[in-house]
Unconditional design. Structure first.
Length: 489
């Protein structure tokens, strides 16, 4: 029991050093933690001697050894203890606001992100263990912490909350909600389009300072003309971040379609760096429109003028949502509902606002029941889940099982034993990897070939999602449909 007592005192000391717990509040908070366990004991004098992960590991070991709680209860108790040690939402908001006033918005978001790492909401130590590399102009990650949902219905179920409170996984009511281990969740208020929204970080972020902006009101995801303004409001306040919206349709959109939200963060993704293949101009607004050299179908609207961005972007959106080209497999709506949607994302650069609009379609067919413009079946062993906003911008989040399975494939090539029988789904991929090896079987060559193959597969998946398979089709759409839009539809 003494080790358990010491582990609590170490966590209290850590909170005083890193989480803003004041000396005045320390005893009060410590007594509250002891009450969780029906215990009371004097200070041990133990001092913190590691990271929050180290201290929580020590706390769990000591608690389990002392019979305080079972190992399968560790996550809940760690969340409860760290929630008690963290600043209240209002106190954190106050520090965020004062930091922004004194040092600017980047300093404020840096403070907020680092705080969420220090209070263990953002699981950075786990994120740092995920394999990540660049290949074929894309960023490839293998996310070992994220469950894989190969079935769209199971993916939706995985983001539902039973019982009706909170209404979904991203509602503001999750802040401090013990039922979902959210005692450590903290948010900060922002205003987008004159509405109350909030910003929080993702516990298992896919990129640097990955966060979501969420509407306080539980309202369905949608993308309309006002969306472009809200995205630019965010970029104006946080010009060091990009921000974007998933398409508001199943299979091509976000996992929480029931609640309006955007995703963004502090990393430049491959799509942001894509070059223009063709450049046009909207003579009415003056905005530049770039048809991008990109495996998916994406156009970039560029102007220092917010109104120009909004006007031209809306022309493209409105033209696309009711666009039909049956010969290309594009049907905007049928008995199954609407199929065309966009994913807009904005960054601020020296050129002004750069609003990239990704054209998406979630239509299915007998040949492609998971989606005509989705990863085709030969690639499902690598990626079958929806291709959302982040992957459409060139950062692929691949399932954790690949680390083990690709390791077995590597060993099979290196040892000359071939493709393991239980990995027969990989036959097509395996053949391409062997060809890339060029007859060599040393570990480095094979691992490089696997990385190159993953980049190639992901690029081909992006091309699968492209509604227009070459840039001239994209240019034709912009000229004949978007720029002819009269604003009265």
């Amino acid at each position: 029991m003494k080790q358990f007592q010491q582990s609590i005192d170490k966590l209290v000391g850590y909170a005083q050093a890193e989480l803003g717990l004041t000396r005045k509040n320390a005893d009060y908070v410590r007594n509250g933690i002891m009450e969780m366990f029906g215990a009371a004991f004097p200070h041990t004098g133990a001092k913190p001697d590691g990271t929050v992960t180290d201290l929580l590991d020590e706390f769990v070991r000591a608690a389990v050894n002392a019979g305080v709680f079972a190992e399968d209860e560790a996550e809940r108790y760690c969340d409860a203890v760290m929630g008690a040690l963290s600043l209240s939402p209002q106190d954190l908001q106050n520090v965020f606001d004062l930091t922004e006033i004194a040092k600017g918005s980047k300093a404020a978001t840096d403070y907020f992100y680092n705080y969420c790492v220090k209070n263990n909401y953002v699981k950075k130590s786990a994120l740092d263990k995920n394999p990540r590399f660049e290949s074929d102009g894309l960023i490839i990650t293998i996310n070992k912490a994220k469950p894989e949902f190969r079935d769209a219905k199971k993916a939706a179920a995985g983001n539902a909350v039973g019982g009706g409170y909170p209404s979904c996984t991203i509602c503001h009511e999750n802040e401090g909600f013990s039922g979902r281990a959210k005692r450590t969740l903290r948010t900060v208020d922002i205003t987008l389009g004159g509405q109350d929204w909030f910003w929080q970080y993702s516990p298992y972020g896919y990129f640097r300072q990955h966060g979501i902006a969420v509407n306080y009101e539980h309202t369905p995801m949608h993308v309309d003309k006002a969306t472009f303004g809200r995205l630019m409001d965010f970029a104006d306040r946080f010009p060091h971040y990009f921000i974007g919206s998933n398409a508001a349709l199943a299979r091509i959109g976000g996992s929480v379609l029931a609640h309006d939200h955007y995703q963004g963060g502090g990393e430049s993704l491959p799509l942001h760096k894509a070059k223009a293949a063709r450049t046009l101009r909207d003579d009415e607004s003056g905005a530049i429109i770039e048809a991008l050299d990109w495996a998916g179908t994406a156009v970039r609207v560029v102007s220092p003028d917010r109104k120009a961005i909004e006007q031209t972007s809306e022309k493209i959106r409105a033209a696309w949502v009711d666009y039909d080209a049956p010969e290309l497999g594009i049907i905007h709506a049928d008995d199954d509902g609407i199929h065309n949607a966009i994913s807009p994302t904005v960054v601020k650069t020296a050129r002004g606002y750069e609003m990239t609009i990704i054209l998406r379609s979630n239509i299915t067919s007998e040949q492609y029941p998971d989606g005509v413009f989705h990863a085709h079946p030969e690639f499902h062993v690598i990626k079958k889940e929806s291709i959302g906003l982040i992957e459409a911008q060139g950062l692929f989040i691949l399932p954790g099982r690949l680390e083990k399975e690709l390791g077995e494939i590597r060993d099979g090539i290196c040892n000359g034993t071939g493709l393991p029988a239980h990995l027969s789904e990989y036959e097509f991929i395996y053949g391409e990897i062997v060809e890339l090896c060029g007859g060599k079987t040393d570990v480095m060559t094979v691992e490089n070939a696997i990385a190159k193959e993953l980049g190639s597969v992901c690029k081909r998946i992006l091309h699968n999602t492209a509604v227009f398979k070459d840039v001239e089709q994209t240019v034709k759409f912009i000229k004949e449909r978007a720029l002819r839009y009269d604003g009265k539809r």
